[in-house]
Design a protein. Structure first.
Length: 158
């Protein structure tokens, strides 16, 4: 009983000291008013209907609308079938650039992928989307020809 009272007293005393402390202010707690800001023309690109093996390229244009240089640290897609490429050098305030995206169109069906853009901007991360649908080209409805080469021919028993 004596031990539990001593532990309770120690806990209450240390809890009182914790309440008396002022929170430590960090630099991250106050936002930088001059920080870069990334502003995209569009956040979603709709391919519409594409044919199998069609053109899966698109671009997402953006501007640095902040007051400091913008640095894109990472641009990652949600799938290996979507490959982004982005500028590696700092983008000065007021300058425009673009992120190019190539979607691999060798799979039929709907497209619904995301590209996550990480940067030093105050509105980071930004998520871009690509949508659409891939169908078979109607010109590919030809029937394969029968192979009539000089191969082996089955022999029937009589």
């Amino acid at each position: 009983m004596k031990k539990s009272l001593t532990l309770l007293a120690a806990f209450l005393l240390s809890f009182g000291f914790l309440l008396a402390q002022e929170p430590v202010k960090t630099e991250a707690a106050t936002p930088n008013p001059n920080a870069p800001e990334i502003t995209f023309v569009k956040l979603v690109h709709d391919y519409g209907t594409l044919f199998l093996q069609g053109d899966g390229n698109c671009e997402f244009e953006f501007t640095n609308t902040g007051k400091e240089p913008l640095i894109l640290s990472s641009v990652k897609s949600s799938c290996g079938c979507t490959v982004p490429s982005w500028p590696r050098e700092p983008i000065l305030p007021g300058k425009k650039e673009s992120i190019k995206v190539k979607y691999d169109t060798n799979r039929m069906g709907p497209i619904n992928k995301t590209i996550t853009v990480m940067s030093n901007a105050k509105n980071s991360p930004v998520v871009l989307k690509i949508t659409g649908n891939i169908i078979k080209n109607p010109d590919d409805n030809t029937i394969p020809e029968k192979n009539v080469g000089t191969g082996a021919v089955p022999v029937s028993k009589k």
